[in-house]
Design a protein around this ligand. Structure first.
Ligand code: 9MR
Length: 361
């Protein structure tokens, strides 16, 4: 069903009115966007950095910049710092787009989180060409990580060094070009080069479905324990937290608690709550559930020891900026997974996150 704008608005308004967070509604007034807009800026109201994934295209929009600078203290590049963008087919590097993101962060005093150095989805030609020669492959691997990590040395507060190492079903680890050549040592080798590239950056493993799939979480943690035993320079764990509105309550907190038991810093690194697959719920109920999950994520961050609270990041700014509107599985194009609506107004999820993070839920 492709909802027209007026009917979408009506549904959102009804979700606001029904939400336990719709304080104005409790007092017998209709919850209006203006009332929601009185939320304090996210970044000023919580005791840890609040980030957003941003893109160079987004930065061309003045409203996007205003919303970003008012509410967020950290940024992650949506795609500009990935191998798909930086590594050219002849083996050279192009940093033009990545540099724009880094310069924007510097100019506005935002923390920069690097994303990402090594990801299973890539098998680029310059690496394929040397895949039969381990020494040459390691030179290319090290050279890439040293160049990219080193370029933002002293600026990036952290890097997702290896993204999504655990198999989709949670049983074991992903096959990829990196693993084919190095075995699972591809992870520790990447961490070692990243440490040389930027000695002060917090080095992360980052993965998803760690809250919805306990097997995947267990495999992730096995890898982490192995790296820790071997003294690898791992400093943090990213739990992407792309979740569905029907995720059972408690799952986010349980995941964060488990990951934090390693003693490493925690980044809820790509938070969003899709309204798509949970077909049994109405849109209003999904938006309410989204707010509850955002509140739980805020509480989970606040419950961490201060030294382990790296950051909380949403994967995009406004609903219309979300990858879930543009991905091949974008559904009917009406997904609303983020904290700000298409017009940049804070949603109940933003209010719930703040309450949770400030311990007032
Ligand atoms: O949101 C990102 C999208 O714009 C890119 O095309 C895609 C491929 O680079 O990556 C998306 O971000 C992903 C992130 O890097 C890792 N976790 C899943 C995110 C959503 O797919």
């Amino acid at each position: 069903m492709n909802l027209s704008q007026p009917s979408r608005r009506a549904l959102i308004a009804s979700a606001l009115a029904q939400s336990a967070l719709g304080l104005a509604a409790c007092r017998g007034r209709a919850q209006t966007p203006a009332a929601a807009a009185t939320l304090p800026p996210l970044k000023d109201a919580v005791a840890f950095p609040v980030g957003a994934a941003i893109s160079v295209g987004g930065l061309e929009d003045a409203d996007y910049q205003t919303l970003l600078l008012a509410n967020f203290s950290q940024v992650t590049a949506d795609w500009e710092m990935k191998m798909e963008q930086i590594l050219q087919s002849d083996g050279s590097f192009s940093f033009a787009k990545a540099d724009l993101i880094a310069a924007f962060a510097r100019q506005h005093g935002l923390r920069l989180h690097g994303h990402n150095l090594i990801w299973y989805i890539y098998s680029p030609a310059p690496f394929e060409r040397v895949a039969d020669d381990r020494a040459a492959f390691e030179r290319a691997y090290g050279n890439y990580i040293l160049a990219v990590g080193g370029r933002y040395r002293g600026q990036a507060v952290g890097w997702d060094v290896v993204n999504e190492p655990v198999a989709e079903d949670g049983q074991g680890y992903r096959d990829c070009l990196w693993r084919k050549v190095f075995g699972m040592d591809y992870v520790s080798i990447a961490l070692d080069y990243a440490r040389r590239a930027d000695p002060d950056a917090v080095l992360f493993l980052n993965d998803y479905n760690l809250e919805s799939n306990p097997k995947k979480r267990a495999s992730f943690l096995r890898l982490v324990e192995d790296l820790q035993k071997r003294g690898a320079p791992l400093g943090g764990l990213g739990s992407q937290t792309h979740v569905q509105a029907d995720l059972p309550p408690g799952a986010i907190k349980a995941a964060v608690r488990d990951l934090a038991s390693t003693g490493l810093k925690i980044h809820i690194s790509e938070f969003d709550v899709t309204l798509q697959p949970s077909r049994l719920m109405s849109r209003a109920a999904k938006l309410e559930a989204q707010a509850r999950l955002a509140g739980e994520a805020g509480e989970a961050m606040a419950a961490l020891p201060a030294a382990q609270r790296y950051a909380f990041t949403t994967w995009g700014l406004r609903d219309k900026d979300s990858w879930l509107r543009h991905a091949p599985n974008a559904g009917d194009g009406t997904d609303a997974p983020l904290f700000f609506d298409d017009e940049g107004r804070p949603k109940p999820a933003a209010a719930a996150f703040l309450k949770g993070a400030r311990g007032t839920a």
